[in-house]
Design a binder for this molecule. Structure first.
Ligand code: GLA
Ligand code: ZN
Length: 671
């Protein structure tokens, strides 16, 4: 698998010179400004198709050669983009089938971006051809470090070709209609299929009652997109086998199970646009930390902050400027959590179009003498100082399982809540873990978990084949696992496990889940905790409360109210050499914070710091016995951190004892 080879942390972003070909003086000036800002890596050509193929089959790559050459001569490399994120108008006009069809069979008109049919053979062919031209001409260019494939893939198409492809996918998965009918429980509401052609995608105007079909459709879209990407990447593999390909992902984006994209790309990019200044920045930082740890979990290697804004965006409800210090702090947060690049959208603001007011390194005044330009240059200088930690990785003893297929299944499930809040709930668990001042890996269900001391897998409603066995093996060999309500209920086709919940996890948890109560927002219950060190006597809970009967588990917390008062709400079961905790209800944040503090200590999890003032986020990378620890002040106030020892990588000065971090300040210690 080709790797992104860097000799320093890369700094740069999206560069769209194709919009400026009529302004040669601007292009010249760009290079000088890039050097000033210490920019050395650019994603080039993301939306250049209309310039690269102005007429069908007529390619113009001269301008791109000139740009890539000139950048290279000036020490700047590129991730060359394939342009399939947006089509030239001639293509939609000549081949309407390339345009996406949406609900109700409506085919979109030409326009916007990220809206092609993922099945259309013509679109695939056109993409292949343009990519082949690029790969052949640029594959060997020393200034091309890798390939940026398309842009932010998203969504799906509902046209007849896609419906046909869905049926083909189902035939492969289920073999026969009998099998599909059995697995989809089609006896329900007389849904038995007697021909493959009767099956269509789930749609508001059609079938929405077959929950296994909704999950199957999501899986199909995922696989079809993977197949689309495979076609995109094929010419690059052919002409440029030694350079890595990446895609820019969107974190908790709903449409794909990104972890599976590791089959076709070599590393992952992520586009991050938090709303700094919209409230409590520490909360925003924790939320951002969750996405960073999630993206890192797509593969077992470092990732790339592919887009971020140096100042404001143009699409938030309120497009606030980054406050002084925030650009450095937020950029280095990505590095703290495993990114090897700090890239921005975009290098220069366009003169026109929808994004002309989106933050960029260079504004319409073309000046280097701006606050934003100075902030960006400061990041460039900081990244150079971090060179000794290049190659380091985030090492964690704690993992949280976030399973995208489970998320789809939960949302399709129809009950006990209309909206299940998987992401929001998992963030509550993540936050409690991150507040222990440890590194946290957010991993998918199929990843190897044997190296962790503590694994948290809340809300694991659907168990893919092999997952229950894996969790059991993990605990029996000494691991500590935390499970919750609504776990182990259905198999991979959303069919309930017979014989009681949590299905194949019952023995591991040592209990039976007899009923599940859903509470209105104004309904509250409580958990009375019995003798757990560091925990209060009582916490609030709500939303979902499972009623359970223990078999071998020990009850360490009971409900405080309602008809299930005094029945178990928190249990722990010794299993082999390890322990499995079961959290029966959605507890308030303080409950999770205190519970995980207790459980992590019991599991022997080492903390980077025991106590930190509120608002300081800590994260660590390590390499060859050296630790690089990032203390990041998102509190909005000055903060003093104590118990420190090491060298401040940004100043080169020794630090021992305490250090004062200003508002939006960051300290990176090498020790
Ligand atoms: C996305 C896209 C970019 C740009 C930015 C603006 O991440 O990939 O092309 O539109 O948003 O924030
Ligand atoms: Zn289609």
């Amino acid at each position: 698998m080709p790797k992104l080879i860097l000799d320093k942390f890369a700094h740069g972003g999206d560069y769209n010179p194709d919009q400026w070909l009529a302004y040669p003086e601007i292009l010249k000036q760009d290079i000088e400004l890039m050097k000033l800002a210490r920019v050395d890596l650019l994603s080039v050509g993301i939306f250049s198709w209309a310039k690269l193929e102005p007429e069908e089959g007529v390619y113009d790559t001269k301008w791109l050669h000139e740009i890539v050459d000139r950048l290279y001569e000036n020490g700047i490399s590129v991730l060359l983009a394939t342009p399939s994120g947006a089509r030239p108008a001639w293509m939609s006009e000549k081949y309407p089938e390339v345009m996406r069809t949406v609900e109700g069979g409506v085919r979109l008109h030409h326009g916007n971006r990220h809206n092609h049919c993922i099945t259309s053979p013509i679109y695939r062919e056109k993409v292949y051809q343009i990519n082949e031209v690029l790969a052949r001409e640029f594959g060997a260019h020393p200034g091309v470090k890798g390939w940026h494939i398309s842009n932010e893939y998203s969504g799906y198409c509902l046209c007849e070709q896609c419906q046909q492809a869905f049926r083909g996918w189902l035939k492969k998965r289920y073999g026969t209609l009998d099998k599909l009918n059995e697995r989809w429980w089609t006896g329900f509401w007389s849904k038995t299929f007697t021909s493959w052609d009767q099956i269509r995608s789930p749609e508001a105007y059609g079938e929405m009652g077959l929950t296994p079909m909704k999950v199957a459709w999501r899986r199909f879209v995922n696989d079809q997109t993977l197949d689309f990407i495979k076609n995109e990447v094929a010419p690059i593999r052919k002409y440029c086998p030694d350079k890595p390909v990446t895609i820019n992902t969107m974190g908790f984006h709903y449409d794909y199970d990104y972890a599976s994209f590791g089959k076709v790309v070599d590393f992952f990019g992520y586009d991050s646009y938090p709303s700094w200044g919209s409230g409590d920045d520490f909360e925003t930082a924790l939320n951002t930390a969750f996405t960073f740890d999630f993206v890192r979990g797509f593969s077992d290697q470092n990732w790339s902050l592919m887009e971020s804004t140096p100042s404001q965006v143009n699409w938030h409800e309120v497009c606030k400027l980054k406050r002084p210090g925030m650009h450095l702090l937020s950029s280095l947060q990505a590095v703290a959590q495993g990114s090897d690049t700090v890239m921005m959208f975009q290098w220069r603001k366009g003169r026109g179009g929808a994004e002309k007011f989106h933050g960029a390194v260079v504004s319409h005044d073309s000046s280097a003498d701006t606050r934003v330009f100075r902030d960006v240059s400061e990041v460039g200088r900081a990244l150079e100082k971090l060179s000794p930690m290049l190659g380091s990785k985030v090492q964690s003893e704690v993992a949280l399982i976030f399973d995208q297929q489970n998320r789809w299944a939960l949302d399709a499930a129809e009950g006990p809540h209309k909206k299940q809040q998987y992401e929001k709930t998992l963030f509550e668990h993540y936050k409690a873990l991150k507040l222990l001042n440890v590194n946290v890996d957010v991993v998918h269900a199929e990843q190897d978990i044997s190296r962790y001391k503590l694994v948290v897998a809340p809300y694991l409603y659907m168990l893919l084949p092999g997952i229950a066995e894996k969790l059991k093996a993990y605990v029996s060999q000494g691991g500590t696992l935390v499970l919750s309500y609504l776990s182990g209920m259905v198999d991979e086709d959303d069919q309930c496990f017979m014989g009681g919940f949590p299905g194949p996890l019952g023995e591991l948890c040592g209990l039976i889940n007899t009923e599940t109560d859903a509470l209105y927002d104004w309904d509250k219950n409580g958990i009375a905790v019995q003798g757990l060190k560091g925990m209060r006597e009582k916490y609030g809970c709500g939303f979902t409360c499972a009623l359970i009967k223990t078999t071998t588990a020990k009850t360490v917390g009971v409900y405080t109210d309602d008809f299930y008062k005094d029945t178990p709400a928190l249990t722990v079961n010794d299993y082999g050499k390890g322990r499995c905790w079961y959290v029966a209800a959605r507890g308030e944040q303080a409950f999770l914070n205190d519970l995980y503090s207790h459980v992590a200590d019991e599991a022997g999890v080492k903390r980077i710091a025991r106590e930190l003032p509120r608002g300081i986020l800590v994260s660590r990378r390590s390499l060859n016995g050296k630790d690089y620890t990032f203390y990041m002040n998102f509190s909005g106030e000055e903060r003093t951190v104590s118990g420190l020892s090491g060298t401040d990588m940004l100043t080169g000065l020794p630090v021992s004892g305490q250090s004062v971090l200003p508002v939006n300040g960051i300290l990176i210690l090498e020790a």
